[in-house]
Design a protein around this ligand. Structure first.
Ligand SMILES: Nc1ncnc2c1ncn2[C@@H]1O[C@H](COP(=O)(O)OP(=O)(O)OP(=O)(O)O)[C@@H](O)[C@H]1O
Ligand SMILES: [Mg+2]
Length: 360
């Protein structure tokens, strides 16, 4: 996968910008609040159709404008493609691939793959379960378009079920509707659980050696899918918890309650890991993501590093750089210090200044 060019119009603090990328290392540097993350966000939008920072599209449109455009040209398996995203303040966004409109995000995600490294990713182990679930879900979406559809349906049913629980508590009626919702929940939930099982299995087959490498052979990392219910027990568990759920007005069992356990040498890193261990495990997770996409597509994803290297110590930087070699990488950083100059063969350098990109 290789980006050729990006054109953005009225996106965040950009009026108009056009960038042609090198197939290797591209560096965007500039002071705070100039538009570096905004630029990476626009690239990320082209792969996930949503921002990594917000779920509200109108935030992406320039304060003074009603609409915004993103146009990305990229090469996949030697064929050039074009993605168009048209954001509107008061309407649904428009998507097109190679000039053909696409109505559903689920048919769009996965066409252009990226792996984004942002400083917040390093806290994924110490954050709560929802961040880890989101990490797994986003990864599966990139390789399996059906997953997103099912996940959206599942989440919708959870919402409906929770509001029904409240009605039942208030009126003691409608319990038969709950049976219908539970049946649907089990259908979509079972699919989600089995896709997560598969994904975490494949992560485990990759992450071990990455993490051993990163920790100088010291730590065996094992990921455990912690389910709130087994697939085969889901329906039974929903029934068992029904009265409790009605009382609390929330659905207490199902994949929306699952977690990803991260263990090193038997120790639960979420609880007992040192800060360094947690950060290393987080980095290993991200590095595994690259490998999974590579395996799936026979091609590397584009790497987006948002002010990420400055967050890592030399050992972790080296581990990352070792795996980046040969992959198109877009890096943002505040300054062009010696470190950046020495560590990278910079193929293309851009300065970002107040919503403008200057090729140097
Ligand atoms: N919808 C919008 N319209 C106009 N400006 C916006 C919009 N959304 C965000 N901005 C502005 O864009 C600016 C640049 O943001 P960005 O996150 O890209 O900075 P950055 O260069 O990554 O800075 P840092 O080095 O601090 O991470 C911010 O000052 C923000 O106020
Ligand atoms: Mg930034």
């Amino acid at each position: 996968m290789q980006i050729k060019s990006l054109e953005i119009k009225d996106y965040r603090n950009y009026k108009k910008a056009f960038v042609e990328f090198s197939p290797k290392t591209n560096i965007f540097y500039g002071d705070n609040a100039q538009g570096k993350t905004n630029l990476l966000e626009a690239l990320y939008m082209c792969s996930m159709v949503r921002s990594h920072r917000t779920t509200i599209d109108r935030e992406l449109i320039n304060f003074n404008e009603e609409e915004s455009h993103i146009c990305l040209k990229y090469i996949r398996n030697d064929v050039e493609h074009k993605i168009d995203i048209h954001l509107k303040k008061n309407n649904k966004k428009g998507l097109a691939l190679d000039g053909i409109p696409i109505r559903k995000s689920s048919e769009f995600i996965g066409k252009f793959n990226t792996v984004l490294f942002s400083p917040e990713d390093l806290s994924i182990i110490k954050n709560g379960p929802s961040r880890r679930r989101r990490f797994i879900d986003m990864q599966i979406c990139q390789i399996n378009p059906v997953y997103l559809k099912y996940l959206a349906k599942y989440n919708k049913i959870i919402e409906q079920r929770n509001s029904l629980l409240k009605q039942i508590l208030d009126t003691s009626k409608h319990e038969e509707t709950l049976d219908v919702l539970d049946d649907q929940l089990v259908i979509y939930g079972t699919y989600i659980i089995s896709e997560r099982e598969k994904y975490i299995d494949s992560l485990n087959s990759i992450i071990r050696s990455i993490h051993l490498d990163l920790t100088g052979g010291k730590e065996n990392l094992i990921l455990v899918y912690e389910r709130s219910t087994d697939k085969s027990e889901f329906k039974k568990e929903l029934l068992k918890k029904r009265n409790k759920d009605i009382r609390s007005k929330v659905t207490s069992v199902g994949p929306h309650r699952d977690d990803l356990g991260v263990f090193s040498e038997g120790i639960d890193l979420r609880i007992y890991g040192s800060q360094g261990q947690q950060r290393s495990a987080a980095l290993s997770l991200k590095l595994s993501e690259i490998e999974i996409l590579k395996e799936k597509n026979n091609e590397s994803p584009v790497l987006l590093l948002d002010d990420f290297l400055s967050e890592l110590d030399t050992k972790r930087q080296n581990a990352l750089l070792k795996r980046i070699g040969g992959i198109q990488t877009i890096i943002t950083c505040a300054g062009l210090d010696d470190y950046v100059k020495k560590r990278f063969k910079i193929d293309r350098l851009f300065r970002v200044e107040n919503g403008e990109i200057i090729y140097e």
